[in-house]
Design a binder for this molecule. Structure first.
Ligand SMILES: N[C@@H](CCC(=O)N[C@@H](CS)C(=O)NCC(=O)O)C(=O)O
Ligand SMILES: [Fe+2]
Length: 357
């Protein structure tokens, strides 16, 4: 079974793709985005995967890759084209090289034109291909900076992508309209730049007159990506806020394990957001917890102190997850949700007070 996820970075309209062998749990991530490293790590952890490689389709001009950051956090290897000019990668891919993850693999196909080092990754059974910025949905990558060359791009698409089966699904590096996927057959017929009867000279004429402004981040992104996403100066950012070993879930919630809370009860404020009858119900509450039902939390937030971190709690960890968002909005920075709520706290046999029979 193949595990497949398409992820989106709204800031740069970039797609990141996670692929894994469902049996061995070995995974690869195509085109991770620096700012999304915590999200991507959380998904890898929650799906119980081992990230073997991050795979770059090219040296991006519009966002910084998450490759170096994920290598530091998850131990993944960085792979990019040998033609990319990037330094600091673990694997330099050449045309037709294969990258294996478990029993599955991707073939790297050289598809230059947007940049010299553009690769399209084709899944072993040719049911999916990841085209980077070579072929976009009813569009193509631009050819007016880096080593852009419209003739090379036209030939790459026709020789290396349109030669795949009609039904092969295509996943681009970006989409600026919210479209997610296309297919070889569709793009062969309907791509307005190089599909149908359009010839190489038609494409060159089209690309000459695109008139796009340069990407906002180009001056930062290209130098950083030529180092696989290592910052120019200084270290990579820490994964976790320093006050506790909290972790960000894929759902975007900072959470903390009951074991840590039990050992540090006196250093934090525990805010219980259940209703009063639950607070003194059969589950009881954590010693010293302050009762602030979720419905009144926004209003009561000002009665809480910013001096100590806040851990929110409810029955199973759902309402208290929402409470962390409310508290963040109210200006509290050190906030985490108690994973599993009172149910898990009780399962682990930690102390409670105020429990009714
Ligand atoms: N407005 C975007 C522009 C991004 C951009 O130019 N993207 C490149 C890929 S790196 C491209 O080929 N775009 C094709 C297009 O916009 O049609 C930004 O500032 O980041
Ligand atoms: Fe690009």
């Amino acid at each position: 079974m193949l595990i497949f996820r398409q992820l989106f970075d709204p800031q740069s309209s970039t797609y990141t793709y996670l692929l894994a062998d469902g049996k061995t749990r070995d995974a690869v991530l195509i085109d991770p985005v620096f700012e999304q490293a915590a999200r991507d790590s959380a998904l890898v952890r929650e799906l119980d995967l081992k990230l073997l490689y991050t795979l770059e389709t090219h040296v991006h001009a519009d966002h910084v890759t998450g490759a170096a950051l994920l290598k530091e956090r998850l131990g993944s290897k960085i792979a990019i084209s040998a033609e990319s000019g990037a330094e600091g990668a673990d694997v330099y891919l050449k045309d037709c090289d294969r990258v294996a993850f478990g029993r599955r693999s991707l073939e790297a196909r050289a598809t230059p034109g947007h940049t010299n080092g553009c690769l399209t990754y084709v899944l072993d059974d040719e049911t999916r291909a990841f085209t980077g910025d070579c072929l976009l949905i009813r569009g193509t990558g631009r050819t007016d900076f880096q080593q852009g060359n419209p003739r090379a791009l036209y030939r790459s698409v026709h020789a290396r992508i349109f030669s795949l089966p009609e039904t092969c699904l295509l996943y681009p590096g970006h989409d600026y309209r919210g479209l997610c996927q296309t297919s070889v057959g569709e793009e062969r017929r309907f791509n307005p730049r190089l599909g149908g009867q359009l010839a190489e000279d038609d494409f060159v004429g089209y690309m000459k007159h695109l008139g796009l402004p340069h990407p906002r981040q180009i001056d930062v992104a290209v130098p950083a990506n030529l180092k696989c996403g290592r910052p120019q100066a200084g270290a990579l950012p820490a994964e976790l806020p320093a006050w506790a070993p909290i972790r960000l879930t894929f759902a975007g919630i900072w959470e903390i394990e009951p074991q840590w809370l039990e050992e540090h009860l006196r250093e934090v404020q525990v805010v219980d957001v259940r209703e009063p009858h639950e607070f003194t119900g059969p589950l009881g509450h954590i010693p010293g917890a302050k009762l602030v039902p979720l419905g009144s939390l926004a209003e009561q937030a000002k009665t809480l102190s910013a001096a100590a971190p806040i851990v929110t709690v409810c029955r199973a960890g759902g309402r208290s997850a929402q409470a962390t968002l409310i508290l963040k909005k109210a200006g509290f920075e050190r906030v985490a949700n108690l994973a599993g709520g009172m149910l898990r706290w009780r399962t682990q046999q930690f102390a409670v007070e105020g429990a009714s029979e």
